[in-house]
Design a protein around this ligand. Structure first.
Ligand code: F6P
Length: 501
């Protein structure tokens, strides 16, 4: 296969960029709809020719073949020798997904059945008022984001999330809790992560100050792939909710890592979340590439990253309940595609994953939008709007939506010197590309679709950049050096200054 930058489509795209009129002069009318999710991608610096060429690039990178390999359980995570099957976690009961001679749907639905029973029992018992999920990275960001996003459905015990190894996080959380009425979910794929194990041991010590070892069975559950480590910790097999190594950490909220979600909003709502993600999986699998939402979002990202030098991409949800969505996508996107070595070990000669950042609207408007409007870099952005208010307040909601819509207009059209009455400080260049994604309602189904949309967008980009989007070797070096400092003591003057009394 030709190297990416030597493909004819790459050259064609470079040329098309030079020929394209300014974004604000374009009159695109480009929309796509999928089961309650509406994408307007008109405000992009593209033409039909650009889209066609990007699609041709995707085809020449064998996007469809790689997509099919993922869905059918080929070991596309080549550096870890693992399949990538998070899509099976949300497939319907009757689906058949074979991996190593076994239909994984049986295991998945057995686990879901246990999650249903455990969360159902807990939500009717009155003796558990608080749940503390202890996990980090994918074992925290996904379930935390979803519990926040759907908190208007929450009816069960209060769910807390502890992730940071900073003792302040667990100690502040435990302060208001009663061990008799608290359940801990220790969420860790590996069950070896330093932060999670430290917090889990602190939680257990706090618990045993007033409770007995025998009470652990009713107050600690493990969500993990590592049975030995779970039982070594003192959690019995029947209190472990397993998943498999073909679920990547940042793609794991659909697995037993989602137990906190079931406990917060109920298993039926969790199933709706899975159904939404599955609907997006089907769309990604079957829609033609030029009418395929994740493919289009992925290709637009490649267009701006590689042909317009856009280093960052903003995620701007105009919904307070989606306030953790940008942080969740930071891991999903940056841990997946923040790499410059291809699947088979060659250094890339092109840019890859952008910096992802964002904030819930309108808070971002009063923070960093100044730079998006008038700074020296072009930062494409996704605006995520929810049509129907989910907190019943129409006055607030109209203002929220008007702000989101106005921002995309302002970013595209800008303001000329004469419109600014000759004041250069008030000139806005415009030409900043945006996508507007509208959820008709913030339901579990639509949220499931939205998350899967971004998962597949990241996959599309990783495929074009020839990356393994499912490993994360870049997080290892820092961990090793931290352990060296812990084991061998301070190594430098700065270490000494910080660590010695
Ligand atoms: O940050 C590295 C990482 O391995 C993530 O990919 C993962 O989500 C996180 O650590 C937590 O890992 P675990 O679930 O094994 O504790």
């Amino acid at each position: 296969m030709a190297l990416l930058t030597q493909k004819p489509q790459w050259e064609n795209l470079k040329r098309l960029k030079e020929e394209l009129p300014e974004l604000k002069k374009l009159k695109n009318d480009l929309t796509l709809e999928h089961k309650g999710l509406y994408l307007d991608y008109s405000k992009n610096a593209i033409s039909h020719q650009v889209i066609a060429e990007l699609v041709a690039l995707a085809k020449s990178c064998e996007l469809e073949q790689w997509r099919d390999k993922m869905f059918t359980g080929e070991k596309i995570n080549n550096t870890e020798d693992r399949a990538v099957l998070h899509t099976a976690l949300r497939a319907p009961r009757e689906a058949v997904v074979n991996f190593q001679g076994e239909n994984v749907m049986l295991f998945i639905h057995n686990t879901l059945k246990r999650m249903n029973a455990a969360s159902g029992a807990l939500r009717v018992q009155e003796n558990i008022t608080d749940i503390v999920n202890i996990g980090i990275g994918g074992s925290d960001l996904g379930p935390y984001m979803v519990c926040e996003a759907l908190k208007h459905y929450a009816s069960g015990p209060q769910v807390h999330f502890v992730s940071n190894v900073d003792g302040a996080h667990i100690n502040e959380t435990l302060k208001g809790l009663n061990p008799k009425t608290t359940l801990f979910l220790i969420a860790s794929k590996t069950f070896t992560t330093q932060e999670t194990m430290t917090n889990a041991h602190t939680a257990r010590a706090w618990f045993l100050k007033s409770m007995q070892e025998s009470d652990i069975a009713n107050h600690f559950m493990a969500l993990s792939t590592n049975l030995d480590a779970v039982t070594d910790f003192g959690i019995a097999r029947e209190n472990m909710f397993p998943f498999k190594d073909w679920v990547g950490g940042r793609y794991s909220l659909w697995s037993s890592i989602g137990l906190s979600i079931c406990m917060a909003i109920g298993f039926d709502k969790f199933e709706e979340l899975l159904a939404g993600a599955h609907a997006m999986d089907m769309h990604f699998k079957t829609a033609p590439l030029d009418h395929n939402m994740p493919v289009l979002l992925g290709l637009l990202g490649v267009w701006y990253r590689n042909f317009w030098n856009a280093e960052a991409h903003a995620i701007l949800p105009y919904a307070q309940n989606l306030h953790r969505f940008p942080a969740f996508l930071q891991q999903m996107d940056m841990e997946s595609n923040g790499k410059t070595v291809t699947r088979y070990g060659k250094k890339t000669d092109y840019d890859t994953g952008p910096i992802i950042f964002g904030e819930a609207g309108t808070n971002g408007q009063h923070a960093f939008y100044q730079l998006i409007h008038q700074g020296s870099s072009m930062i494409p952005a996704d605006f995520i709007l929810v049509k129907k208010p989910y907190n019943g307040n129409h006055d607030h909601h109209k203002k929220l939506l008007a702000n989101g819509l106005a921002q995309t207009d302002a970013l595209m059209h800008g303001q000329t010197l004469s419109q600014a009455n000759g004041d250069p400080h008030r000139v806005f260049n415009g030409n900043v590309p945006t996508n507007t994604i509208v959820l008709d309602e913030l339901t579990p189904f639509n949220l499931g679709q939205l998350i899967a949309l971004y998962e597949h967008k990241v996959f599309v980009q990783g495929t074009i950049w020839d990356l393994n989007s499912f490993d994360q070797p870049g997080v290892e070096l820092g961990k090793t050096l931290a352990n060296k400092i812990l084991n061998d003591g301070p190594q430098t003057k700065l270490h000494k200054y910080v660590l010695e009394d």
